[in-house]
Design a protein around this ligand. Structure first.
Ligand code: SIN
Length: 299
């Protein structure tokens, strides 16, 4: 007899991080929180330390009414750590670390940057740790970003399955994504950097269960867009595991969804999350800018 899939229960703990510098309002039971009462450029060093702890706890933070300039965005990104080299995009003139993600109102594309569940550039040997995204123009509907909490998803697996996954290494590669995008878009996909393109095609092996370097929390390192194998397994063996883990992790109970407002800034920790921004606002302009912070070798 099969068990019927039921909503996961029990281990939900998105209680607000307590700060004496800002207020934190949790978004969903699984993850995410709004930070209220600060403008990012005004965070003192002590407030900034608390802000990072809040990010590690909630995994996604967002703030309304920031209206950052490119310079303010870049300065805030620099406080998070050294910038990552982004595989796909290049910075705006004068601010090389602030990368535009813009879809014009008259662009009709079968596929969109970031449109499938993914974690940022996991095919690199050292994938980025933190991504910030700032909204300048948003459509009247659609263009929301959704995240999944990969640590919570790991905790909701049986101990038997967790123990099976812990020693495994997942192969992350950009090859399938490049091929799919080229087919859908009918044109060649290039990375800003040739060496990264080749590295992306080759891909990297990473722990399937990774440990967060700041908190020690264990998390699935899984990706619908880039995970394409498990070390030592055939495709036929690996694929059902990857597909199950993506389906398990992206179920509603482990996610939060952000409806953007102009002037908003959101940031997330790629070391414990997946995200997607769907292609559901044809006919409207969406103008966003992002920065990425370097991360180390996942362990
Ligand atoms: C991204 O995948 O980094 C972008 C997500 C979005 O545009 O909502």
């Amino acid at each position: 007899m099969w068990e019927v899939r039921v909503t996961p229960a029990g281990d939900f703990d998105n209680h607000a991080f307590k700060s004496n510098h800002f207020e934190v309002r949790p978004l969903s039971a699984a993850m995410g929180a709004e930070v209220v009462g600060v403008r990012l450029p005004d965070l003192s060093d002590e407030a900034f330390e608390q802000f990072k702890q809040a990010l590690y706890r909630h995994k996604v933070l967002y703030l309304r009414d920031q209206h950052l300039t490119h310079a303010e965005h870049e300065e805030f990104g620099a406080r998070l750590g050294p910038f990552a080299v982004d595989a796909y995009t290049q910075g705006v003139p004068g601010h090389r670390e602030v990368h535009p993600i813009i879809k014009e109102a008259d662009t009709k594309a079968a596929s969109l940057f970031g449109g499938g569940w993914h974690t940022d550039s996991p095919f690199l040997a050292e994938p980025p740790a933190i991504t910030t995204l700032r909204a300048v123009e948003i459509p009247p509907f659609g263009g929301d970003t959704t995240w999944a909490n990969c640590a919570l998803a790991f905790r909701h697996l049986s101990k038997t399955y967790q123990d099976m996954l812990r020693p495994l290494r997942v192969h992350m590669s950009a090859a399938n994504n490049v091929r799919t995008q080229e087919k859908l878009m009918g044109k060649a996909i290039t990375f800003a950097d040739r060496e990264q393109f080749e590295q992306g095609q080759r891909g990297s092996y990473h722990p399937l269960v990774r440990t967060h370097p700041e908190t020690g929390e264990q998390s699935l390192y899984i990706c619908d867009t880039y995970a394409d194998g498990i070390e030592g397994m055939t495709t036929f063996e690996a694929r059902p595991i990857i597909e199950f883990l993506v389906q398990h992790t992206t179920q509603h109970a482990f996610c939060c969804r952000l409806r953007w407002e102009e002037g908003m800034v959101a940031l997330w920790d790629n070391r414990g999350t997946m995200h997607l921004g769907p292609n559901d606002y044809d006919g409207y302009r969406r103008e966003m800018y992002r920065t990425t912070t370097a991360g180390g070798v996942p362990v």
